[in-house]
Write a protein that binds this ligand. Structure first.
Ligand code: GLU
Length: 281
């Protein structure tokens, strides 16, 4: 299969140096392999995605010297498709409605729990509920334990990694998934809006992505996505988790780090070559 990769930003803030590194690396890898570099706009979070951030993404990437086939896939144009996939998981009893607010979850997690190790993931408050009890405003969560049990061969839960740090076959430890990822939100509380985690799995298959190039901070997301690929009988691409670009204090960059926004460097008169150098490329 032809090498096909994608850069898939969410238009919820300015692209920063970390995004530039990811996009440039994916683009360079595709070029070196004589393959294709796609841009995909992951705007399923309609409450946070903004057209001005999307416009800035196109502008910054073109300024960096990247090119990609048009039209670009925008996830907000395909919400019905993702929702259909989510409903197939629901029909199999693998998701449940959840009305917990962030503050409820925080409170449940900080409550002392005798004999139970401190939880870092959703504590399962709504896990007993079935789809018939879904109310407007409920999110839909994956029942991770049931999903894992439904797979015939957990041993098959792994992926090939080409990144510098973990190169080779990576098997996913199901027990670790339960304590690090837990019952992830797949359907957001806005009706028919799915989380990018599921939408990306659907699109990576539809766009025949062979290599996913992304930051090492998404390693757990990859584990969850590989599980979703198994549940949905979709192919698993190769993954290349790259090092993170950090600030002087060693913290990874966030969208709010305006100081390292590409647009800030541009307004200071830096060149695309400067950006490459700053990312270590
Ligand atoms: N849209 C997500 C983000 O910007 C996911 C990227 C990816 O799948 O690599 O963090």
């Amino acid at each position: 299969m032809t090498f096909t990769t994608r850069f898939a930003p969410s238009p919820t803030g300015p692209l920063h140096l970390g995004h530039a590194y990811s996009a440039l690396l994916a683009h360079d890898m595709a070029k070196a392999a004589g393959g294709t570099f796609l841009l995909r706009i992951e705007d399923t979070d309609t409450s946070r995605a903004r057209p001005e951030w999307e416009a800035q993404i196109y502008d910054d990437l073109a300024w960096l010297g990247l090119d990609w086939p048009r039209p670009v896939l925008r996830q907000s144009d395909h919400l019905g498709r993702y929702n259909e996939v989510l409903m197939t998981l629901a029909d199999r009893g693998l998701v449940y409605p959840c009305s917990c607010r962030r503050s409820d979850i925080r409170a449940a997690l900080s409550a002392p729990q005798e004999g139970v190790q401190a939880l870092a993931v959703y504590p399962g408050t709504c896990r007993h509920r079935d789809m018939a009890s879904r109310q407007p405003g409920d999110a839909l969560r994956l029942n991770l334990a049931t999903a894992l049990a439904s797979l015939e061969n957990n041993a098959n839960l792994g992926f090939e990694e080409t990144g510098p740090e973990h190169c080779g076959h990576q098997s996913i430890d199901a027990r670790l998934l339960l304590t690090t990822v837990g019952d992830a939100v797949l359907g957001r509380k806005e009706i028919e809006t799915v989380s990018y985690v599921l939408a990306a799995v659907v699109d990576d298959a539809a766009q025949q992505i062979t290599h996913v190039v992304r930051g090492a901070d998404l390693f757990e997301t990859t584990a969850l996505q590989v599980l979703l690929q198994r549940l949905l009988s979709l192919p698993t691409p190769l993954y290349h988790h790259h090092r993170l670009i950090r600030d002087e204090a060693g913290k990874r960059l966030a969208k709010r780090d305006d100081a390292r926004a590409i647009s800030t460097y541009r307004s200071e008169g830096r060149s695309p070559q400067d950006i490459r150098a700053l990312t270590g490329l």
